[in-house]
Design a protein around this ligand. Structure first.
Ligand code: GLC
Ligand code: GLC
Length: 759
């Protein structure tokens, strides 16, 4: 609804049409960011920081530095361009800016030409170009692009600046020596400035460009007939007039992140662990909080709202960073639950209402709410959230305490079991592509919404594992509320599920994946393809199933034997080589990709956590490293994605491009890898009563320290491992006193805990 600049979907290369700055210097037209002219530069560097990016480049005796960021507290993006003359004589040249506006609604912008080619409107005042398409009617907002310098000329019509039949790499205005002060009327509104610059030898000049967004109250939209009220834009621009203003805003941004990321800081001998844990993994967790699965190179930001399961899992990775926002998120999510405990699979972030296009029927969803809520309580100790009054399906008249929502989640699984006493799968469980009740044979039909949302036969061993894990959390919450009977009931149910998994869910060497709508087994040695799946191995073992029976260890050994590769653990083997009507989308992907045998990074940490449950620190860390960006930077030509951010998927060994990553940034991988490394490997686990210290590391990992902020106190934790153990601590001292067990109890009023744990 509120897109400021245009994004060209389905375009190649897909990062074209950004905000461009051109330098026209004698025979050369070049860009500090190389695109779009792709003029060969004398030097080029691009650095991504936390919330900002800096390009540094040079050409023909001029050097340029372009800094881009969105300030913390203003609705704008700042692009600060400094150009320096590195020669020993004066230089005169031109700088041009260029952005192309989106006509607000992205889908409408790219489809509704018959209307949109006549609606574009702008206003130009000095060096500020205002984009006000549709402001004359129902929009009370506009955007603007400005520079802190008098422009020699401007353009707002794309045809005038770029020229008809020309690419952005070769704008007509630049070729013709300048802009023509074009005023867009319909067609394609853009904003371009032309700036004349003369620099003495060694001199430099800074331009502050601001791309802003403003809203006005309905009764204050206009300052004159058809002239928009520019007060909010002017107020904002006044804050970004000098390089000092920019520096101040950047410092503010950096301080924000430094402070935010100070809640979990590890210092180990492994620089890559330190870098990923302290900076990039937590940063990615914040990005998934902010963006969920909205806009990125891989998600269009159109349609699909926030996932019920995705959002609960994302929360596991950011709850320690922004607990108040996590609280609000849990309430929002729970408000989209149905009275029977099932849930809308997705909800719209702006209205916070369930998305009826997709509806419910994904039977893992209810349990993720318990996962999210219990993680929040363990982090904050704030049990009061359980008493918060929360509606069903956003119907205010149905409000009940949040705890009741968790009960409905739990009961939903109990009351939806199939022939083997395992949970019914519904449309799908965590694996959206295992569509056992769908039977789709029509091209283009959605696997997610076709067929019945329920089936009385198809069952999921994965949900069973979840039930054991989060059923136990639920039981503990019951106990905390003094509901002993409910707790006993829950214990019985969890026990029954545990047993069902070890019988109908055990295949001999590993855990079964599911039973289909005919009651046929999926993920078994009896199957021709898809004999073993990762999800039940990871989740059942991390839930503790089969550990004392020795089956957990066997399942993990099978994972290593059948699913492991040098780039991570594949989701299943052997891949499906043709389409199976009874399995759905999973068999629609070519072997090695996505859910059909890709390395689905999201569930690799489940196996790593499972290994820690069994005490295998070496193996847990080996799994961690295989998908961790910092460790695969040196195979970037194979991996092909950012070496500091997790991807959803890396192509499996059956794929043509084995090892190639896809769908980076917006993935539950961020949260789960952070949970794995921070809580299970490095071993700092929030618990109801305090911080549990339970490391499971490689024997050679060495000593390390962690600073952890927890419930308003600071924990300085030192882990000593003189005997090169892989798991567990044998001595714990807190503020000089020795403590039994491995929990540092939280005490109201104590602000600093100096913790020494000896493995
Ligand atoms: C995607 C979805 C997630 C699902 C996963 C596996 O990442 O966002 O909800 O669990 O795929 O299918
Ligand atoms: C497709 C993807 C899966 C995703 C789902 C919902 O099925 O393969 O990863 O979860 O779409 O968007």
């Amino acid at each position: 609804m509120l897109r400021i600049t245009r994004y060209r979907y389905n375009n190649v290369p897909y990062d074209s049409n950004g905000k461009y700055y051109y330098i026209a210097d004698g025979d050369f037209v070049w860009n500090p960011g190389w695109q779009p002219t792709q003029t060969k530069l004398d030097s080029y560097e691009c650095r991504h920081g936390i919330g900002y990016t800096r390009f540094t480049s040079s050409k023909n005796g001029l050097s340029a530095e372009l800094l881009n960021f969105v300030p913390l507290s203003d609705t704008c993006e700042v692009n600060c361009l400094t150009v320096r003359n590195t020669t020993d004589s004066a230089k005169s040249f031109k700088v041009y800016s260029y952005v192309e506006f989106c006509l607000w609604n992205a889908l409408d912008d790219m489809t509704n030409y018959q209307r949109n080619l006549s609606t574009g409107e702008v206003e130009v005042i000095g060096s500020t170009i205002y984009h006000k398409t549709e402001y004359r009617e129902r929009r009370n907002h506009y955007s603007y692009f400005s520079v802190n310098e008098k422009a020699a000329a401007f353009d707002t019509s794309r045809d005038a600046f770029i020229g008809t039949y020309r690419p952005a790499s070769n704008p007509a205005a630049i070729e013709n020596g300048g802009c023509t002060n074009s005023v867009a009327s319909g067609w394609y509104p853009i904003a371009a400035h032309e700036l004349d610059v003369t620099l003495e030898a060694g001199a430099e000049k800074t331009f502050v460009f601001v791309l802003g967004y403003a809203e006005n109250p309905v009764d204050q939209k206009w300052e004159a007939p058809n002239v928009i009220n520019k007060a909010p834009a002017k107020a904002l621009l006044a804050k970004y007039q000098t390089k000092e203003d920019v520096d101040r805003a950047l410092t503010e941004l950096k301080d924000y992140w430094t402070n935010l990321l100070s809640g979990y800081v590890v210092n180990s001998a492994d620089e890559k662990v330190n870098r990923m844990v302290n900076i990039w993994n937590q940063y990615q967790c914040m990005v998934t909080f902010n963006m969920s699965r909205s806009t990125s190179y891989y998600e269009s930001g159109i349609g699909r709202g926030m996932g019920f399961r995705d959002s609960n899992q994302d929360l596991l990775g950011f709850v320690h960073l922004i607990p108040e926002k996590a609280r609000e998120r849990i309430i929002d999510i729970a408000s989209t639950q149905f009275p029977d405990g099932s849930a809308y699979h997705q909800y719209q972030p702006l209205t916070k209402r369930g998305n009826s296009d997709i509806g419910s029927g994904f039977n893992d969803d209810p349990l993720w709410l318990i996962a999210g809520a219990s993680a929040y309580i363990k982090e904050t100790g704030d049990f009061s959230i359980l008493d918060e009054m929360v509606p069903f399906d956003n119907d205010e008249s149905t409000k009940v305490p949040l705890f009741e929502h968790l009960t409905r989640s739990f009961d939903y699984i109990v009351s939806h079991k199939g022939p083997h006493s395992l949970p019914l799968i519904g449309r799908a469980d965590w694996n959206d592509c295992l569509n056992l009740n769908c039977f789709s044979d029509t091209p283009g039909e959605s696997f997610q919404t076709s067929g019945p949302s329920e089936g009385p036969v198809a069952e999921s061993v994965f949900i069973a594992g979840m039930f054991v894990k989060y059923g136990e959390e639920y039981r503990q919450l019951c106990l905390h509320r003094g509901l002993t009977e409910k707790a006993e009931e829950a214990e019985k149910e969890v026990k029954a599920m545990y047993d069902a998994v070890l019988t109908a869910g055990w295949d001999g060497e590993w855990f079964v994946r599911a039973y289909d709508a005919n009651g046929d087994i999926i993920g078994s040695h009896k199957c021709e393809e898809g004999k073993i799946f990762i999800e039940p191995q990871g989740f059942c073992v991390l839930a503790g199933i089969g550990v004392k029976e020795g089956k957990a260890q066997q399942a993990l050994a099978s994972v290593e034997k059948y699913l492991d590769t040098k780039y991570g653990i594949m989701i299943l083997q052997p891949c499906y080589t043709h389409y199976y009507l009874n399995l759905g989308e999973i068999s629609s992907y070519p072997p090695g990709y996505k859910e059909n045998g890709g390395i689905f990074c999201h569930n690799n940490p489940w196996v790593s956590i499972a290994e820690t449950v069994c005490g295998h620190g070496d193996r847990a860390f080996e799994i961690y490293k295989k998908t961790c960006p910092a460790y695969i930077e040196d195979i970037s030509e194979i991996h092909c994605t950012e070496p500091y951010v997790y991807s959803q998927m890396v192509a499996g060994k059956d794929a043509a491009f084995f090892g190639q990553g896809k769908n980076s940034w917006l993935t539950g991988t961020a949260a789960w890898t952070f949970v794995n490394i921070s809580q299970y490997i490095l071993g700092i686990q929030p618990d109801y009563k305090g911080l549990k210290i339970d490391p499971c590391v490689p024997a050679q990992f060495g000593d390390y320290t962690i600073v952890r902020k927890f419930r308003g106190a600071t924990y300085n934790v030192t882990i000593q491992n003189p005997d090169k153990m892989q798991k567990g601590i044998r001595e714990l001292t807190v503020n000089g006193r020795s403590v039994e067990g491995n929990i540092v109890p939280f005490e109201e009023g104590v602000k600093e805990y100096n913790v020494v744990a000896k493995m």
